[in-house]
Design a protein around this ligand. Structure first.
Ligand code: D5M
Ligand code: FE
Ligand code: ZN
Length: 556
């Protein structure tokens, strides 16, 4: 009898019901045991009282009927890889390994494996799914090979989190705090632009006589078209505001279409004879240097980049999630050692009008409890990092601090790392800027279709990289919390930019930076139907940290 693919997830769920997570090795061993249920019960009974996670050693103790008791941590570190362990597994198990890669039913499909370039990228999940459909006929891996591949060496791992403002919020909501936030934004973005133009401040330019060259770095405070169809862009710095005119027939007029309020740019040109206006010849964004070279990991290791799980919604795709979690237990996923979740863990309560009609779990804490149960299906040896989104129970205004103690208590089982939105997570040398993505709605609404659309969310992400700010425009969809520092500035160019929120899958490279919008685990809601949002649900982009290539897997 073939062991169904969901076996590992079923085992993980069963363990979860006893309050345990487990290593992949442990689950593999349980799945292979002749009497899985019996072994599971024994393992749970024998597990050290204070343990949250069952290890392979715990399981081996009961399967091999070794004397029970606390394991020796040193012995565990030296434990044999599990390829050597299941000698008791009859040969028959080779045909039904719980860790088979792909199934006949094609529940997990290798949607596409390509290294996108700046100009191409994906064009949304639907199209991408049609491109390559590998994996559906892949043979199951030989059980005797499985163990060695799934050995995880914690010493090789590294996760560092920067720009995490959790616990450092200073804002009181006073006007003065906004002044500091914007001052900080200006200073830091202006610092990136200083080498490009010969900057003089607004007051100095105002005071200078007409004619001659001038350059200025400023925050966009107004954009108007003139009666004759030119663009009047007002730039503000710490000393004042100065009007800059971009003629409609100049090549740079196209750049005006990309401007958002409150972003910081530099311009250069000539002053009008009366000195009252700057005619712009050049316009610069802080941008990513063209020569940017991303860092990569020193070994072949992968990270799954997901977001928008929306547990608690009637549309949460529990089956797809379990397929994904099961796949993580397979050999094919043996190198997936990190799981990054970019916000909207749960559906939340009262996020949108009439949302309660579509709730499966109505209490917010119960939603996190349920989410935590689903998280336990993920192998216990995968490092998880999560940031909040607009549906999560943290303040809505950005930057959003990471989950508070009460929520952490609920989600302790998997020992996930929790950071603010946004945060920079460096995984084995690869820096991943994680941001939930509420500003993407704004970028898509404001910019022309070709520059940003729901079908190509990564293009909207390119705009944020170009502006070196994750949420430039203030006062629209995106709510900003005043802080002494602007945590939304993209100080250092990341190697990977990971967002979610728009529920559309899309990825591509912008000047060598991989931008990934990761889709969702929620089927179309009534609201989304009413506004024609067709979500890409059940996709898991898998990133090779050593090459920055991506493979997208579909789970249904
Ligand atoms: O956002 C999912 C996507 O759908 C995102 O692009 C916003 C949009 N959305 C969803 N519901 C609404 C309502 N009620 N008003 C406006 N925009 C909406 P998520 O954060 O997952 O809800
Ligand atoms: Fe969402
Ligand atoms: Zn969202």
């Amino acid at each position: 009898m073939a062991v169904p693919l969901e076996e590992p997830a079923r085992i993980a769920r069963e363990l979860a019901s006893f309050g345990y997570t487990a290593d992949r090795e442990a689950i593999t061993l349980l799945a292979r045991a002749e009497d899985t249920a019996g072994a599971l019960a024994l393992a749970v009974e024998a597990a050290p009282e204070d343990a949250l996670k069952l290890t392979a050693a715990d399981v081996r103790d009961v399967i091999e009927d070794r004397p029970r008791g606390r394991r020796d941590p040193l012995a565990e570190a030296d434990a044999e890889p599990i390829s050597d362990a299941p000698s008791e597994a009859p040969n028959g198990t080779a045909e039904d390994p719980p860790v088979s890669g792909g199934t006949e039913t094609g529940r997990s499909r290798d949607v596409t494996a390509q290294s996108p370039v700046e100009t191409k990228g994906s064009s949304g999940g639907g199209t991408a799914a049609g491109e390559i459909d590998a994996g559906t006929t892949r043979e199951s891996a030989n059980a005797s090979e499985t163990g060695s591949e799934r050995t995880v060496d914690p010493d090789l791992r590294s996760v560092e989190i920067e720009n995490d403002m959790t616990g450092y919020s200073t804002g009181t909501g006073e006007y003065d705090d906004f002044v500091s936030t914007f001052r900080d934004r200006y200073e830091r973005l202006a610092g990136m632009l200083r080498g490009r133009v010969n900057h003089r401040n607004a007051t100095a330019i105002d005071a200078s006589p007409g004619g001659g060259d001038a350059g200025m770095i400023g925050m966009v405070s107004d954009i108007r078209s003139t009666a004759s169809g030119h663009w009047l862009v007002e730039l503000e710095d710490t000393t004042g505001v100065f009007p800059c005119l971009v003629m409609k027939d100049k090549a740079i007029a196209g750049a005006v279409e990309e401007l958002l309020y409150d972003e910081v740019i530099a311009v250069e040109g000539t002053l009008s004879d009366d000195g009252g206006i700057l005619f712009v010849d050049e316009l610069y964004f802080p941008d990513v240097p063209r020569t940017y070279e991303p860092s990569t990991a020193d070994r072949h290791v992968q990270a799954a980049l997901i977001s928008d799980v929306h547990v608690g919604s009637q549309e949460f795709m529990a089956d797809a999630w379990s397929e994904f979690a099961s796949w993580l237990h397979t050999d094919e996923a043996a190198r997936v050692e990190y799981l990054l979740i970019a916000g909207d863990m749960v559906e939340g309560v009262g996020v949108y009008p009439d949302q309660d009609e579509e709730l499966d779990v109505v209490d917010i804490f119960d939603q996190y409890r349920t989410f935590s149960e689903y998280l336990k299906e993920v192998p216990g040896d995968i490092e998880i990092v999560m940031i909040p989104g607009n549906h999560d129970a943290v303040r809505l205004a950005e930057p959003q601090p990471g989950f508070d103690e009460e929520l952490r208590e609920i989600m302790t089982a998997h020992d996930a790392r929790i950071a603010s939105n946004p945060a920079v997570v460096t995984v084995e040398g690869v820096s991943v800027l994680m941001y939930h993505g509420v500003s993407l709605d704004e970028v898509i609404a404001e910019l022309p279709e070709a520059k940003a659309s729901y079908d190509e969310p990564h293009r909207a992400m390119y705009q944020l990289l170009k502006k070196r700010h994750v949420a430039p425009q203030f006062g629209g969809h995106t709510r900003l919390a005043p802080e002494s520092k602007d945590y939304l500035v993209i100080d250092d160019v990341p190697d990977v930019f990971h967002t979610g929120h728009v529920h559309k899958l899309g990825w591509g490279k912008y000047r060598n930076v991989l931008a990934v919008n990761s889709g969702c685990w929620q089927a179309q809601t009534a609201f989304q139907k009413s506004v024609n949002i067709d979500p890409d649900a059940g996709y898991a982009p898998i990133l090779d940290l050593d090459t920055l290539d991506m493979t997208v897997r579909k789970f249904t």
